[in-house]
Design a protein around this ligand. Sequence first.
Ligand code: CTP
Length: 430
Amino acid sequence: MSGRTADGATGPVGAGRLADVPAPRVVLGVGGGIAAYKAADLLRRFSESGHDVTVVPTRAALHFVGAATWAALSGKPVSAEVWDDVADVPHVRLGQQADLVVVAPATADLLARAAAGLADDLLANVLLTARCPVVMVPAMHTEMWQHPATQANVAALRARGVVVLDPAVGRLTGADSGPGRLPEPAAIFAACREVLAGRSADLLGRTVLVSAGGTREHLDPVRFLGNRSSGKQGYALATTAAARGARVVLVSANVALPDPAGATVVRVTSAEDLRRAVLAHSADADAVVMAAAVADFRPVAVEVHKIKKDDAGGVPAPIALERTADVLAEVVARRDAAGSAQVVVGFAAETGDAEGGVLDHGRAKLARKGCDLLVVNEVGAGRGFETDDNEVVVLGADGSATEVARAAKEAIADAVWDRVVALLPPPVGT
Ligand code: CTP
C-alpha cells in the first residue's frame, strides 16, 4: 500500500509523513441519502491529514449535495458517470489505484448493487475494480436496514472482506429514530485509518464487548460519587475492534464522545446498570474488555429529594457505603462455569505504594480477578485520565508482559486487540 512509511507505520499523518511517500489515495463514494452532507466533513478530515481524495458520488447523491461542492472541497473534477473523461478510463483507474475506498453513506440500493456486482455507474465500477480495502458505512431507514434483502447483501459483502460498519442508532430523517443513522464522521475516519493500517480483518466474525467510561452512584437526584474516566480508551477499543471487523457492543458509562462507528452502544449510569448490561450482552461474546472505571462502593441509600444543608451549621451525616459487585470477576466466573474460550481483559489504573510497584499490584490483580489479560497503566499527573495518549503494560495470565510505549489511545487499543487475537481460538470453519 503506497501510504506506508519506511518503518511500516501508516503515512496519513500530515506533518509526520515522509516527503517522498505518496499521499494515500482514497476514493470517497457518496450514496444518495440525506446523510450525504456529512461526507463533506469526512472528506475534510482525509484531506487535512494528507490523503489524496477523489469523490465519486452516485447520481442520487447529487440530488442531496451537488458536484460543485465535491469539486471545490476535493480540488478535483467530480462525476457520477463512466462516460466523462473516457480517454482517461476513470472507471478502471480510480479503483485500481486506490489505497482505500470508503462509501459513506452507503444506501440500501448501493449495498445491493455492490453485492450483485453491478457496474451501472462510476462508483459501482470503482467497487468492482478496487483491490484495496473497502469500507462501506450504511445509512438508511431502520426498516430498510433490517430488511432481509439488505442484511443478506451486507453478509455477502462482509464474506468477501468488505468492512461494512453497523449504522449508528439515533434520530433519522423526520421524526423516527432507530438503527440506520450514519455514524459521526470522526468515528468513520478513525475506522478508516485502522483499515488503511492493514488491521481490518483479524476480528472478522467475532463479537466483542467493551465497557467504557466511569460509573456514577447517586446520593440524591443531583449528586453522585463518580470518577475521572473520560471513556477515551474504551471508545478507542470499540472503534479499533469494529475497524478490524468485529461486531462490537459498547457498554458506555457517562461518556461525552461521539458513538464509535460500527458499535452498538448501550448507555448505563451506575455500577449495577453496567453489571446488568455487561452480563446481558457478553454471554456469547468472543472477548470482553472491561475498560470502564466501575465504582467499588455505592451509598447504601439514595435520597429521593435533594439533600439540604443544615442552616444551623451542623456537620453533615456521614454517608454510609456498601460494596458493588465485581463485574469482571462475575464475567470470569460465568465463562469458567460454561467452559467457554471467551477472552476476558481487565484494566487497572495503579499507583505504586509501600506494598509494591505498579506491576506488582497489576500481577496480584490479574491473579485475583482471573482474567486472561490485564492492561496496567500508572496514573498520576497528566497520565491516563482525559488524555489522548496512554502508556501501558499488558500482563498475561501466562506470565507475559507486553510494554506498549506512549502512544495514541487507538494505538494502545490495537496493541490490546493484537494480544486478544493471539488468545482467541481459531474461527469456526477453519
Ligand atoms: N471492575 C469491575 N467491577 C468493579 C470494579 C472493577 O468489573 N466493581 C473491573 C474494571 O472494569 C477493571 C478491573 O475490574 O477492568 C480493575 O478495576 P480496579 O478498580 O482497578 O479493580 P479493583 O478490584 O476495584 O481494585 P482496587 O482495590 O485496586 O480498586
